[in-house]
Write a protein that binds this ligand. Structure first.
Ligand SMILES: Nc1ncnc2c1ncn2[C@@H]1O[C@H](COP(=O)(O)OP(=O)(O)OP(=O)(O)O)[C@@H](O)[C@H]1O
Ligand SMILES: CC(C)(CO)[C@@H](O)C(=O)NCCC(=O)O
Ligand SMILES: [K+]
Length: 232
């Protein structure tokens, strides 16, 4: 059984991988005896990750940190400075590339930040964008203005706003949707696939045709990274 850990800027997520299946994992109650390997990715700082890795060490379990490389099994990174690309973005790309081979795709991870990455049908990552996530967009406005206010009950909707919370929330949504539309312009292929992940992935996916939502995209990427990196 593999333990997969994804450390972001706001939270640590862990799952178990057994016989090609993802199982939930209670990090306060890990059956270390059953873990064969720990595979992790980290874009943030985490004391909890350090503790988990220390526990793994006491059980003599190998731990592997996923890293970005210029090439992995035919997938090529757009960044010249590959170490600067967020590992979560690379893992989401690895998943897209592995699950949907020979498919031009836009990979959107909508969490604390929203990242949009463009992948052509040949496995070339063309680059992408980093936007504030929907919550960061709205909170940066409420925090830096006198009269812009939010309302927790107001949904994000693709409509013009006729009051302040609607204007604020819908503005964040359409800014994000517009960026995704712009990303599509960078692909020559008409039939590109839109792959969404992250806390706001499902909401965004609802606004696009030819799209899917996979909440486990980054986790699956950790497992694929491990299998592909082992081979090469
Ligand atoms: N159903 C939901 N479940 C979890 N988060 C949600 C949901 N709906 C909206 N969100 C929002 O999504 C964001 C969390 O998404 P996600 O877990 O992908 O974050 P993240 O950016 O991956 O965090 P980290 O930086 O820790 O990796 C929060 O802003 C949260 O308010
Ligand atoms: C953009 C985030 C914060 C999204 O989690 C992460 O991928 C990251 O820290 N990236 C580093 C910068 C970059 O990807 O160019
Ligand atoms: K993330």
């Amino acid at each position: 059984m593999r333990l997969l850990i994804d450390v972001g800027n706001t939270s640590l997520k862990a799952v178990l991988w057994e016989n090609g299946q993802i199982q939930p994992c209670d990090i306060n109650n890990i059956s270390w005896q059953q873990i064969t390997v720990v595979i992790y990715a980290c874009v943030g700082r985490s004391e909890l990750l350090k503790q988990l890795l220390a526990q793994a060490k006491t059980h003599n379990i190998d731990c592997f940190e996923a890293t970005v490389s210029s090439e992995l099994s035919g997938l090529r990174c757009a960044y010249q400075q590959v170490g600067n690309l967020g590992i979560d973005r690379w893992l989401a790309l690895i998943s897209g590339y592995t699950l949907y081979p020979n498919t031009a795709a836009i990979v959107v991870d909508a969490g604390t930040a929203t990242t949009i990455d463009v992948l052509n049908n040949d496995g070339q990552h063309l680059g992408g964008w980093i936007l504030p996530g929907l919550d960061l967009m709205t909170s940066s406005l409420t925090q830096n203005t006198q009269r812009v206010f939010d309302d927790a009950n107001t949904p994000f909707a693709n409509e013009l706003g006729k009051n302040t919370p609607n204007g604020l929330k819908n503005g964040a949504l359409v800014a994000t949707m517009g960026a995704i539309e712009q990303a599509r312009l960078h692909l020559k292929t008409k039939n590109s696939l839109l792959i969404f992940a992250g806390g706001y992935g499902q909401l965004l996916q609802g606004y696009f045709s030819q799209s899917i939502f996979d909440p486990m995209l980054v986790m699956k990427g950790l497992n694929y990274w491990y299998e592909l990196a082992k081979k090469s």
